[in-house]
Design a protein around this ligand. Structure first.
Ligand SMILES: [Fe+2]
Length: 392
């Protein structure tokens, strides 16, 4: 019997005779390729060598064949991801410029000045084309960025980004999309009028304080329609975005189609955005958990048709979120397969042996093409000390 080091085994290698882990425990039969799962299992068990009385069957680059079968670097979603990776810094600058603009507008509102609605429409128009063509990076930014000092500006911009994605998916038309995005940029502007002492409170709010917060819908509506001349459909979103599909929302307990389409869209975007962020009374949810929570609430709170479209296109594991696979490898979601929310396209960040994969290495899996590979859980990037922004 000849000993073979496990580190020398490559997926797809074949031997003329069976390969054994112990004299009675066979790894693989004669002329049967060694699988990557076999090698992974041996490494997990701490086995350093296996034995065979056979010879390696030479002449074929097995590892290449095996990789070709499993990797999907040539898929459209992977190509799109690589294109985005090159322009992310430009996008980040655009994102920050929009935050600066929104902060100026918020400061105007705090100082009882009206909002220059042209500024909002300019941000909205610029944002739409960028979000539609570069949605994975924007989804990442909108799910992750929340500066405590720029809280309201971040919340407005991120909600506008998610609402553009939903509006585009439901094909509301280009003029409507501009108004929808503008609604996302101002829908919560009434919060600028709520005392900071209430907003920054870390203890549970008193009913009286909650009622004061609820007034932001009315403040926002008045501000937009009376003081700043926004179209009524945009101002209505400020008033309606806390209404719920089953009639249990506020301030007017509207239900179903009594709630405008824009408000039904912004309500989903607003809730998803808020759930992915840290709050004084709870830590942030992973995007995956936020998605699950939305799904649980969808029966009564949101328009079920819109939720279905949002979920089927975002994937249960949203773009740029991290997931663990059944091989123990950790990957980042880089593309969603429509109608298969549990089987997105993954870029492997940490391989099945716990080693970090370099950014230049093309290790992609399209999970609809690999039935035996599946996601076991969503994971938090801080657990693995991974800087996601460097990867997207
Ligand atoms: Fe609100």
């Amino acid at each position: 019997m000849k000993k073979i080091k496990v580190i020398d085994l490559k997926p797809g290698m074949k031997f003329t005779h069976a390969v054994y882990i112990t004299p009675t425990n066979m790894l693989t039969g004669p002329e049967t390729p060694v699988k990557s799962e076999d090698i992974e299992r041996l490494k997990r068990w701490g086995i350093k060598e296996v034995e065979t009385s056979g010879e390696i069957i030479e002449g074929v680059d097995y590892s290449f064949d095996e990789k070709k079968k499993e990797m999907h670097s040539d898929s459209d979603l992977v190509r799109e991801y690589k294109k985005l990776h090159k322009i992310k810094h430009k996008i980040m600058i655009h994102y920050q410029d929009s935050i600066d603009e929104l902060n100026k507008i918020i400061s105007d509102v705090k100082n009882d000045r009206h909002i220059n609605n042209m500024k909002i429409f300019n941000i909205s128009t610029d944002l739409i084309s960028e979000v539609i063509s570069n949605s994975p990076i924007f989804i990442y930014l909108a799910s992750k960025i929340c500066d405590k000092n720029d809280y309201l500006a971040n919340h407005l911009l991120n909600t506008a980004i998610f609402s553009i994605i939903i509006g585009h998916l439901v094909e509301i038309g280009s003029k409507n999309l501009i108004n929808l995005a503008a609604s996302g940029l101002v829908f919560d502007i009434g919060m600028a009028k709520i005392p900071q002492s209430i907003l920054r409170k870390t203890e549970k709010l008193e009913p009286k304080e909650l009622n004061i917060i609820k007034l932001h819908t009315i403040y926002g509506y008045k501000l937009l329609i009376k003081d700043s001349n926004f179209p009524s459909e945009i101002a209505a979103v400020a008033l309606q975005h806390h209404e719920q599909f089953d009639g249990n929302g506020y301030p007017r307990k509207l239900k179903n189609d009594q709630i405008d389409l824009f408000s039904r869209i912004i309500s989903i975007a607003d809730t998803f955005e808020a759930m992915t962020k840290k709050r004084s009374y709870r830590s942030e949810f992973l995007s995956y958990e936020a998605m699950k929570n939305i799904l649980n609430q969808s029966k009564h709170k949101f328009d079920p048709k819109l939720i279905r479209i949002f979920l089927s296109n975002m994937s249960i594991y949203p773009l740029a979120s991290l997931v663990k696979l059944n091989t123990n490898a950790v990957g980042m979601v880089i593309g969603a397969n429509k109608d298969k929310p549990l089987r997105p396209v993954i870029k492997i960040i940490i391989d099945e042996f716990g080693d970090k994969v370099s950014q230049d290495e093309d290790k992609f899996f399209d999970l609809i093409k690999v039935p035996d590979l599946f996601i076991t859980s969503a994971v938090d990037e801080s657990e693995y000390n991974i800087d996601i922004f460097s990867l997207i």
